[in-house]
Design a protein around this ligand. Structure first.
Ligand SMILES: [Zn+2]
Length: 303
């Protein structure tokens, strides 16, 4: 109990110190678990926020280490923004143990994006011992750009609550982002019309929202279950589905290994595509808009 109390007092004093030193001119510190959320925070927060992303596009967000440098970043954060739905379950809880009271679960400084979007691929039954790593549904939500609008709205609300002086600023920036994104979505859907129904094979379930958005059809995945590496018997089944269907490409994220991909590509007439997955996933995906421009162009190369 005493330990708990002293911990709570410590957290409270840390929170006080954070806010006492915060002035109207100091930028809010936003700790994002993934680059897409850092980018979204910059879109809405502009120069009023300073963003940091715990992972980059070539790192698998399911599995990183809760390094001391990350702990020190999360300790300074006014707001953390993560996908949630267990994507960061291997490392975020450890970081939060050392973080201030204001960014703990349920607080205004803790934004779990999955709570604000419709999740897909919610399993009816799960068995972690079989490798299932997405018990709440698919957490790779940012690859449907409509979800960025939904999360962006909540992000603007959170920034406005934490930094009331600039509430109108965040609201205005959100409005601009929403309009720009809605217009971009129309353009992507119109340019991507021919992608509708194109069959693809995935590596992991990381691109499901992108596949959904463009109306592609995922015919098979190299992982027998989300999180499980491909076995040779599973790969043989995937190859069978390539020949029986009309799959055009194997698509994967930059951080996903090409294990099994070469084998399939050597045996079937199918393209091996890496889409950027998130901001800076390749040289031409520097923000959330170019992320989808690039993804669309890469997918269309398989037509
Ligand atoms: Zn995943």
């Amino acid at each position: 109990m005493r330990k708990f109390l002293s911990k709570t007092l410590l957290a409270m004093s840390a929170a006080f110190l954070c806010c006492a030193s915060f002035s109207a001119t100091a930028a809010l510190q936003v700790f994002a678990c993934e680059p897409e959320w850092a980018s979204l925070a910059s879109e809405i927060g502009g120069d009023k926020v300073k963003t940091f992303s715990a992972t980059h596009a070539r790192q698998d967000p399911h599995y990183i280490k809760a390094r001391p440098s990350l702990m020190s970043k999360v300790r300074k954060a006014d707001l953390i923004v993560c996908s949630g739905a267990d994507l960061e379950i291997g490392w975020l809880p450890l970081l939060l143990e050392r973080a201030g009271a204001g960014v703990q679960r349920g607080m205004v400084g803790n934004l779990m994006a999955y709570e604000y979007v419709p999740l897909i691929e919610i399993p009816t039954s799960i068995d972690r011992s079989l490798g299932d790593i997405h018990p709440d549904g698919n957490p790779h939500i940012h690859l449907n750009p409509r979800n960025l609008i939904l999360v962006g709205k909540e992000l603007a609300n959170r920034l406005a609550s934490i930094d009331e002086v600039n509430a109108v600023f965040y609201e205005t920036r959100y409005g601009q982002f929403e309009a720009k994104m809605n217009q971009a979505i129309e353009g992507w859907l119109s340019d991507g019309k021919e992608l509708k129904g194109m069959q693809v094979i995935t590596k992991h379930k990381s691109l499901s929202y992108l596949i959904d958005f463009f109306g592609l059809e995922e015919v098979s995945s190299l992982e027998p279950r989300p999180g499980l590496p491909p076995t040779s018997s599973h790969l043989a089944r995937v190859l069978e589905s390539v020949s029986s269907m009309n799959a055009r490409a194997i698509v994967r994220a930059p951080y996903e290994s090409d294990r099994g991909v070469d084998w399939i590509v050597s045996k079937a007439n199918i393209k091996n595509l890496v889409v950027p997955y998130t901001v800076n996933g390749d040289d031409e995906s520097g923000d959330l808009f170019s992320l989808f421009d690039r993804s669309l162009a890469i997918l269309k190369s398989a037509l």
